[in-house]
Ligand binder design. Structure first.
Ligand code: TRP
Length: 330
């Protein structure tokens, strides 16, 4: 079985619908037929100022949501990055292989550091991709399911793996980016020409998995619509309605054509009520399950500790090989 590995940062109290449809749903599908490793990358979340209570809360909330959304500890290895110290250890080796210029070309670093000003950015923001390379290479992953924005980091990881292998002997599997399908690209429901995102959008435009059914119902009923009154898909003329159609289809499994027929002659109000119903009923059991998991913290920690123990076994073996090939005295 091919191995997949991916990571998600515990940077918010709730995932949103875009995170689910764009990434986690596909992680769930990949569990079948692959040996999947999914990592909550808490160390990566430390590259910006964090509050200790929030980091803890969000790490547990991320785990509970991943489980509630269908990541199964029987099928995959779900673990917390900081519980596997080999990530830091191999991260250092990756930093020793990376050129300064090479790291300076990472577009995510350039974007993020230009926002806060390069001088006040943390050094760890610069070395972030080398820790990510370690995340991937420790598990000898074949595929890394990520969004298009991560392609450059996976390319760097491949380069570093190849460089190490040719200098020190075959040690790492060269991973491939498995770019997630964006067929169901979900946009902000208040600003439907922009991607649904908590960092750029207002709360009113983002549908959060952990929000109460009532709150989500209200949000969707006040989603922005377009001029005209026909419910038809037209991403340019009707970005608001088109986005709501996409959301409905992604969760209900219906087609755009079916929905256009069903709502022919009815107004936007009826349509929004239907979308709200679909979203709220889809998310209701997921939120309930996540809250149950968070209620019993000991059980949740048990699941994570078991995942981390499994991950450590694989990570230890790779690190031992790496050190041996480097000439480190063991
Ligand atoms: N950098 C990734 C992101 O921002 C998160 C991440 C960290 C990751 N380590 C990883 C993704 C390893 C895939 C594999 O989305």
């Amino acid at each position: 079985m091919k191995r997949v590995l991916s990571g998600i940062q515990p940077t918010s109290d709730s995932f949103h619908l875009g995170n689910y449809l764009g990434a986690v749903k596909q992680w769930v599908e990949l569990q079948d037929g692959h040996d999947a490793f999914y990592c909550i990358v808490d160390l990566h979340a430390l590259t910006v100022e964090t509050d200790p209570a929030l980091l803890r809360k969000r790490t547990l909330a991320s785990a509970a949501q991943l489980l509630a959304l269908g990541i199964s500890p029987d099928k995959s290895t779900l673990f917390v990055q900081s519980q596997v110290p080999q990530h830091n250890q191999l991260g250092w080796i990756m930093e020793c292989l990376t050129g300064f210029g090479e790291a300076s070309r990472m577009t995510q670093f350039k974007d993020k550091s230009s926002k806060s000003g390069a001088d006040s950015s943390r050094v760890a923001l610069f070395t972030y991709p080398m820790l990510q390379a370690a995340d991937i290479l420790l598990y000898q992953a074949h595929y890394v399911p990520v969004g298009e924005d991560q392609r450059q980091h996976i390319e760097l990881t491949r380069d570093l793996a190849g460089r190490f292998n040719s200098r020190y002997g075959q040690t790492f599997q060269l991973p491939e980016a498995y770019i997630l399908k964006t067929a169901a690209k979900i946009n902000d429901i208040q600003e439907p020409t922009a991607k649904m995102s908590k960092s750029s959008g207002a709360v009113a435009g983002v549908i959060e998995i952990m929000d109460s059914p009532d709150a989500n119902l209200k949000k969707i009923k006040s989603a922005v619509t377009d001029a005209g009154r026909e419910v038809t898909f037209d991403a340019v003329e009707k970005p608001g309605i088109s986005n709501l159609l996409t959301i409905h289809c992604a969760l209900s499994g219906r087609t755009i054509a079916e929905l256009e027929n069903e709502f022919a002659g009815k107004g936007y109000g009826d349509f929004k009520a239907a979308v709200a119903e679909v979203v709220v009923e889809y998310l209701r059991p997921i939120r309930t399950r996540a809250l149950e998991l968070l209620e019993d913290e000991k059980h949740l920690l048990d699941i994570l500790h078991q995942g981390s123990a499994k991950a450590r076994t694989v990570a230890e073996a790779t690190l031992a090989d790496t050190y041996k090939n480097l000439g480190v005295v063991l």
